[in-house]
Write a protein that binds this ligand. Sequence first.
Ligand SMILES: Cc1cc2nc3c(=O)[nH]c(=O)nc-3n(C[C@H](O)[C@H](O)[C@H](O)COP(=O)(O)O)c2cc1C
Ligand code: SF4
Length: 404
Amino acid sequence: MNDSVTASLALPGLLDGPGPRLADHLAAYGPLPPADAVEVAARAGLTGRGGAGFPTAVKLRSVAAAAGATHRTPVVIANAAEGEPAAAKDAVLLATAPHLVLDGLQLVAGSLGADTVVLAAPGRVLPALGAHLAARPDGPSVRLHRAADRFLAGEESALVSAVEGGEPLPRSKFPAIRERGVDGRPTLVANVETLARLALLARGDAGAAGRALVTRRVEIGRTPVTDVADVHLGARLGDVLRIDDDVPAVLVGGYHGTWLPAQVARDVRLGREDLADVGASLGAGVLAALPAGRCGLRETARVIGYLAAESAGQCGPCLNGLPRIAAALALLARPGRVDGGLIDDVSRWCGLVAGRGACRHPDGSVRLVASALHVFAGELARHRAGRCSATDARAFLPVPAVRA
Ligand SMILES: Cc1cc2nc3c(=O)[nH]c(=O)nc-3n(C[C@H](O)[C@H](O)[C@H](O)COP(=O)(O)O)c2cc1C
Ligand code: SF4
């Protein structure tokens, strides 16, 4: 990021602005200038903040191309579903700077010529969003959609299905929703942070694409503490997240993310390539420092049990693979003699599951498992010898109760 550009424009960032009132927003940021969303995104090299980090301009262009080819008017969906239990960045963004999100949505809808514009968010934030929308009578008509309270609700094809009135479940990868989404029309699904960053970029804040919102989770004393920060993508993870000397590992990206040993995590920078070099990605922006005395295997087993139960069970990898992997991990997470072959089995099953579902849920889930087997290999050996180095049995990562 170029901090000097941001500073010279004197524009506040996503979280240090004047708050949610439209008048304050306009006083701080000025009106949204006319701009082409594709050009703005392409010039800045903006990537999506919903998890996959896909280039926003490429996605916008493919929706526009599909609309041109099919003569069908596109649909735009702003994604604030935030199904990831450890993430809070989108909810904090909507509470802090809703008009930046709505500006971004307006910009994208205008550039694509969309006539159906939807903002999908958890039910608890919809009343406030309704009031913010009512304050903008000149903007595009935005339909609020209550996102289901489940992990998969924010997956783009699940959102399309729910917006059409169906179950909030992912559907086949083909055709891509960019070509045939809501009611068969080309559909853009964009994360709300991506949209807010577009709104800053359109106003000339060239540094906005070089920052990301992250949800940080650490334990202070015996209390888990979560907050959201707007960080420079060139920053050292150890400078962004408090990683005490006795922290064994850091979870990067969320429940579809990767465990890193603390000594690797401290020095890695948050940029895409830097994280990729150590096998990680920023994903849903979750950074969690596993406290000393906790068992990383037990934490992972709980998370995978939750992810397996949250899957739609529509495809082989979720129907057979994830439950089997979750059951094996639950065994490995307990100190006691297990057949050493079980670890190899889990690794093999992870390989069999990846890339075979209709959505990326299995891929993300096994990424977490594979990193746990690697980073907590020493703990695995201890468990097999009937010991565990954990001194604190309390859960650290938030996992909702598994639905009946
Ligand atoms: C299982 C699963 C859950 C997802 N949940 C969310 C979510 O809650 N919010 C979100 O913005 N993207 C989520 N995504 C990513 C979306 O499918 C989509 O890529 C994203 O909203 C696109 O926005 P972006 O290009 O701005 O990143 C999820 C993906 C998967 C595979
Ligand atoms: S891969 Fe899993 S979560 Fe994705 S659609 Fe298939 S069953 Fe559902």
